[in-house]
Design a protein around this ligand. Structure first.
Ligand SMILES: *Cc1c(COP(=O)(O)O)cnc(C)c1O
Length: 244
């Protein structure tokens, strides 16, 4: 086995053992391999080793790779996981299968508009996740939700925006995404993941007609904790491809 296959197997084992620790079925956890900065040849190897979900954080960079791997397009799910500027929404709406980084009503509306206009291929709704920032870390994108569990105003403002996003018929909201602040001890991320999960449960209660199944949380350093706290999608780069 080559190094890549060994690392993929090792990540899968760690996913499975984290799931076992909390009595979850590992098959309900989707592994998104984060391929930013990695060349298409390496992505093709990862695909040959059995990976089918790839995450990119820049539209331009992703476009080049999606184009290079166009023969595998039907078997690959491409996830946009990085911040999306409105002026790239048109391109993103035509390129990606899932967008994890919806962080404003304005972006949702722009994306929805482009999903319809002129693009006959995409009559299906675009699956999206709402990116939330429950920790208040200034450098993170996402809807500002610090303090939502004690400050009803914070939650109410978000619910109002979610209601409007849910009314956009070109988008299909599937759940939430979060990035925990980096810390040397992955346990530091646990309260962030737990709070994101509680927020998801709250949304599911408030808007039962939408599906809130997806919880995209956990990266190389903290994915085991994220799974213990309910992650259904983990986004892993370095543990698979090595340091960037
Ligand atoms: C880069 C990135 C990841 C993967 O990070 P690793 O530490 O390499 O696993 C996950 N999510 C987002 C949003 C990223 O930008």
């Amino acid at each position: 086995m080559d190094g890549l296959t060994t690392r993929i197997d090792s990540v899968r084992e760690h996913i499975a053992s984290a799931a076992r620790r909390v009595g979850r079925d590992a098959s309900t956890i989707r592994l998104v391999a984060v391929t930013k900065t990695q060349p298409p040849e390496l992505i093709a190897q990862a695909w040959a080793a059995g990976l089918t979900d790839f995450g990119e954080n820049r539209v331009q960079e992703a476009e080049a790779k999606i184009t290079a791997l166009i023969d595998k397009r039907p078997q690959i799910t491409w996830h946009l996981i990085g911040h999306l500027q409105s002026n790239k929404a048109k391109k993103a709406a035509g390129l990606f299968d899932v967008v994890h980084s919806i962080d404003s009503l304005h972006l949702s509306e722009t994306l929805a508009r482009h999903r319809t206009s002129g693009d006959a291929v995409h009559h299906e709704r675009l699956p999206v996740l709402l990116q939330v920032n429950v920790s208040g870390e200034a450098t993170k994108e996402g809807f500002a939700l610090m303090g939502w569990e004690t400050n009803f105003g914070v939650l109410a403002a978000f619910l109002e925006q979610v209601e409007r996003i849910l009314s956009l018929r070109q988008l299909e909201v599937r759940g939430l995404m979060t990035i925990a602040p980096w810390a040397p001890d992955p346990e530091a991320a646990r309260p962030v993941f737990a709070s994101t999960r509680r927020l998801r449960d709250r949304l599911a209660q408030r808007f039962p007609s939408a599906s809130w199944d997806a919880l995209s949380m956990g990266m190389t350093d903290d994915f085991a904790v994220a799974i213990e706290e309910g992650a259904t999608i983990v986004r892993i780069g370095r543990a698979i491809f090595g340091e960037r």
